[in-house]
Design a protein around this ligand. Structure first.
Ligand code: GLN
Length: 474
């Protein structure tokens, strides 16, 4: 599917299309689709101003950046200077960030336009975007359904044509699952590929910033700009950043696909199973080799993810205490009551549940039984992947067991919600890159194929995405 606003830097530089006209067209889309609730804040004024400055530069023949005129939306847990940084929480409802995330500085330095901040599950905890203090986000393919989460606003902003690309964050699937539900491409880079400086931490050993787009080409261009070492994030690796876009190569020759049986078990929607299988056949016909691989630790992935993620979250969210940031409860009796009331009122139910779970698994009596054990199993799971990548280039599976579910359907059942992440959390636990690419529809609802690769092999993911994209499946 081609969109009238497909990003074409040559056309922009040749003045065939003005940056202002692109920003105006996107602002119009945002206005028209307001009821989807994808944005928390729209930067109409500053985006238009940025566009005019850029159009002037182009007219004068001044050199412009690599992403000149690309319009990007940003999940509201990534810091943009002097803009809100709500994290979808009452706790930070009125908080303004005094600085910009590294990824934002890099995008702006290449002349991308930031059009606004997108809605999300509170502190990126959730799989449906129903946990936002600013209300649920709706799926444009069926407004009675969720867009997935936690980066639901970013996914919808891209799916409904409100921007060229959007940044999200992925701790256990929060880019790939909403990408699958909305028919967009969602790329989670491997751990250390992209700086986390300026991303509000959920679980620091799992979090990565990544990209939503309608085309592999836009994802490749964006990743090339945001990736790479950052002295402000010591976990960000000092590895070369390839020109992902120039090297996009849809050829399936010499690619070995690994198919993990563990990802095709009970609970997987029949249409998705068949669709993913037939797409694997198409990749084979195009020259790929296909082989079965084993990822035996998969059955423990959800359990260890929800121990490690909640443990880290309970520690990371300790800073929201009514003293340093944002919201403070009114009229507390004393200091302790102020902390307690601030956190009881400022955080929503899911965030409080996770803080309690995390505090529990880290407490003296349970640390060994839960947290330490989870770390040990995490290592074993990582070894599964190391072994698998000795025999294949890409691990192929569905992204989610089902297409988008109805609003409210799982809201009262945290366990059912957690099972949404069954295919996605492993990549974060192992620190590897993964992508979701639209692969078909089930009863009219999109679903994605997930591809996972060895560390720093984002190029292979983008190449395969390019192949799949060229099949025009959706
Ligand atoms: N849905 C998962 C969770 O609720 C993943 C969230 C994420 O990746 N930020 O924790």
């Amino acid at each position: 599917m081609t969109h009238p606003l497909d990003y074409n830097p040559e056309a922009i530089r040749a003045e065939h299309v003005s940056v202002r006209s692109r920003v105006e067209a996107y602002l119009k889309q945002i206005e028209q689709h307001k009821s989807l609730n994808a944005f928390i804040h729209v930067f109409a004024g500053s985006a238009l101003k940025q566009a005019d400055t850029l159009d002037d530069k182009i007219r004068q023949g001044t050199q412009t950046g690599k992403l000149a005129g690309m319009v990007i939306a940003v999940k509201d847990n990534i810091a943009v200077k002097d803009a809100t940084l709500t994290c979808g929480s009452k706790m930070l409802e009125n908080y303004i960030s005094p600085y910009a995330a590294t990824v934002i500085e890099r995008l702006l330095a290449e002349d991308a336009i930031i059009i606004g901040k997108t809605n999300l599950d509170e502190f990126a905890m959730g799989s449906s975007n129903e946990n936002s203090y600013f209300g649920a986000v709706k799926n444009p393919h069926d407004t009675g359904r969720v867009p997935g989460g936690s980066s639901g606003g970013s996914a919808v902003a891209v799916a409904a044509g409100m921007c060229d690309a959007a940044l999200g964050s992925d701790t256990g699937g929060s880019i790939r699952q909403p990408a699958s539900f909305t028919g967009t491409i969602g790329l989670k880079p491997g751990y250390g590929r992209v700086s986390r400086y300026g991303l509000v931490a959920f679980a620091s050993s799992l979090d990565q910033i990544g990209v939503f787009s309608r085309t592999p080409s836009v994802a490749a261009q964006t990743l090339a700009v945001i990736a790479g070492a950052d002295k402000r994030d010591s976990t960000c690796a000092d590895e070369d950043v390839p020109d992902y876009h120039a090297r996009l190569n849809p050829s399936m020759k010499d690619i070995t696909l690994g198919i993990p049986e563990e990802y095709f078990q009970d609970g997987l929607d029949g249409d998705i199973r068949n669709g993913v299988r037939s797409l694997i056949d198409k990749m084979r016909e195009a020259g790929a080799r296909v082989r079965e691989i084993a990822l035996p630790m998969t059955e423990y992935a959800i359990a260890i993810y929800y121990i490690i993620a909640t443990a880290e979250a309970s520690s990371n969210l300790a800073r929201f205490d009514g003293v340093r940031y944002g919201f403070r409860a009114e009229d507390p009796g004393d200091l302790n009551e102020m902390y307690a009331q601030t956190r009881a009122v400022g955080f929503g139910e899911e965030v409080r549940r996770r803080i309690m779970l995390g505090t529990y698994v880290l407490s003296a009596g349970y640390y060994d039984a839960y947290y330490r054990k989870a770390l040990q199993v995490r290592r074993k799971l990582k070894e599964d992947f190391d072994n698998a990548f000795e025999h294949c280039d890409l691990i192929v599976s569905p992204t989610t067991p089902t297409p988008a579910f109805a609003l409210g359907e799982k809201a009262d059942d945290p366990l059912a919600m957690y099972l949404q992440d069954i295919y996605t959390v492993s990549a974060n636990l192992a620190g590897i890159p993964a992508i979701s690419v639209p692969a078909g529809t089930s009863n009219g609802l999109p679903y994605g194929m997930q591809l996972q690769a060895a560390p720093f092999n984002e190029q292979k993911l983008l190449n395969a995405a390019q192949f799949i994209h060229s099949l025009n499946l959706t």
